[in-house]
Structure formats: structure tokens, C-alpha cells
Design a protein around this ligand. Sequence first.
Ligand code: 5AD
Ligand code: FES
Length: 350
Amino acid sequence: MIPKGYDIKSLTQNELKALIEENSHVIDEKLLEAARSTREQSYGKKVFFRGLIEFSNYCKNDCYYCGIRKSNRNVRRYRLTKKEIIDCCITGYQLGFRTFVLQSGEDLYYTDDFMIDLIGDIKNRFPDSAITLSMGEKSYESYKKYFQAGADRYLLRHETATKDHYHQLHPKNMNLFTREKALYNLKDIGFQVGAGFMVNSPYQTIDHLVNDLLFLKKLNPHMVGIGPFIPHHDTIFANEKSGTVDMTVLMIALVRLLLPKALIPATTALGTIDPYGRERGLQAGANVVMPNLSPTSIREDYSLYDNKICTGDEAAECKECISERIRKAGFEPDFSRGDYGGYCIANVYP
Ligand code: 5AD
Ligand code: FES
């Protein structure tokens, strides 16, 4: 049972703010315990694996925080072919992965027809696997086509749920309304949807974090990606401070309490700022890890932030390493599809 006082779903804006402030230096062990037991009630000790395939680092956007933003001329750009993407899935499948996350910058090279063909092919080869897409904002029609082709899930972090803060992190042609609309469209179509935000991003205040929590409560997504902001040397935020493990872990715990059944990754960014960051994420209620299946030759080119971990490791090494760490932390690596709620929600459209 969740200890009294941690039923945070009913807290008002001011109460949430006070709760974050109270825990912002030292996190109350009881709160972490409540988050852990909530996650255990929903998913036991399982930690779900997702194989991440970063298939293109071209991006038409220019988010101020991101290393692969359009205006960064120092990035060696790459695009994987259909065959290269499928090869990553084959390797992943042989290793036991049953979810493939296809992530890229917003790259118009990959037309809807390309994606439909790719998704269909992966689904034909691996009908017992889930496909998660993470390729940014698209029209309702495009999202619908991907879903009809067999994609199961879609990740699109909202980044910050405060309008003014959104504008401090993004150029004028991007806005929070469009981002939120895209998330609601994805839900409407039937995807399992992931939102999320960076912790301690430039200009972020506790009020902004409260807004993020309230937005997540309203959207009620299936997945929530939460990681610390980490500066990238080729962006205008190069000299900003990295987010802290403590604040990130606190946010993971609060989101776990707010959305008991959410799938929450212990992110690579969290593992980057602290050697035991991912373990601390798991102890605070996270229950997903996303090792990289991308070819090692291009791994370093997908750098959204500096010093990203695991860029030199083969998929198999990463799998073993993370599995061992999960067991050591007292959890169980799980290679099933790992759908929301613990039962299979395969996309059987139409
Ligand atoms: N630090 C941490 N996370 C970042 N992302 C992009 N740039 C950074 C950064 N500098 C995150 C964004 C995006 C996800 C793919 O990576 O939240 O949605
Ligand atoms: Fe927007 Fe990379 S340029 S997340």
C-alpha cells in the first residue's frame, strides 16, 4: 500500500510545488519507497528491454539543447538504409529483444511510403515484436498510416509543458500547442504513447516541473521519458549546467506515483551523469531500459548531449552488462514485449 500522504494524484498545484521543494535537496526515503511499491504493484520487479535503433541523425529542427540540431555543422550526418535497419532488428531479435524503437531526427528523407514498407516488413519478420516510433511531429494522417502499417507505440517528449519555457528551448517555428496536439492525435489513433521532459533544462523552475506533472496527469500517457538535461558543446546551451541525479530521480518517483502503470525508462542520460544513475532510476520506480542496437560505426554521431555512455559497446555486450546491473539492483530483466499494464496489446489493425 502507498503510505498516506503520497497519494499525489489529488494534490493541488501549490501542494505539488511544496512537495518538490521539500524533497529537492534530500529525497524522503518514504517517498521513494512509495514509488517502488507502486511500481511493484503494477509490474512486479520486471524491467523491460527495448532495442533502440537510431536510424538517422538528420533533423530539420533546431531545438536549442540538442546536439543534432539542424544548424550544428559539426555533426557527421548519416541515414541507415532499410536493410541496415532490418539488420539491427535481426541482431536484436536474436539477442531476445521483442520491442524495437526506431528513433531519428525529424528527417523528411524517410517518406510515409518508406516507413509503411519498413514497418510492414519488420512486422512480417517478427510478428511477436512491438514497434515503437520516435521521429517527431507528423500530421494526423501520417501517424495514422504508421499505425495502420502495424506500429504499436510512439514516443514524443513534450519537453516542457509551460508555453514560455517551451519558447526558451525552441526556435519560433515550434510551439507547445502543436506538440501537445500531436500527442493527443497519437492517443486518438490508438498508439501507446510516450511523453516526457528533461529535468533541470535551462531556465526551468519548480513551477515548470509542476506544470509537467499536471500535464502528464491530464494526458495520461502509457510511457514517460524523464532524463536530466546535459549540455552539448556545439549548442547555445554549451555552458549550462547538467541536470542532477537527485532531481531526475525525484521526478521519476513522482511520475510513478501519479501514473502507477506508466512505463518509465531509466534513461541513458541518467546513466551518463552518474555511473549508478540508471540503478537509482530503477529504485525510484523506473521499469524500462533501452540499450542501443544501432551499428557501432555511427553511434557517436547520434549525440544529443556530451559524454553519452555505451557508444562503443556492441549490442550483445550492452545487453549482458545492463542485465547484470538490473539483477544486482534487485530487479528482473524481462524480454517480453512489455506492453502497458502487463498484458499484450498488439496492434492488430485493422
Ligand atoms: N540533454 C538531455 N536530453 C536531451 N534530449 C535532446 N537533447 C538533450 C540534451 N542536451 C532529449 C530530448 C528529446 C530526446 C530524444 O532526447 O528530450 O526528446
Ligand atoms: Fe529537436 Fe533534436 S533537434 S530533439
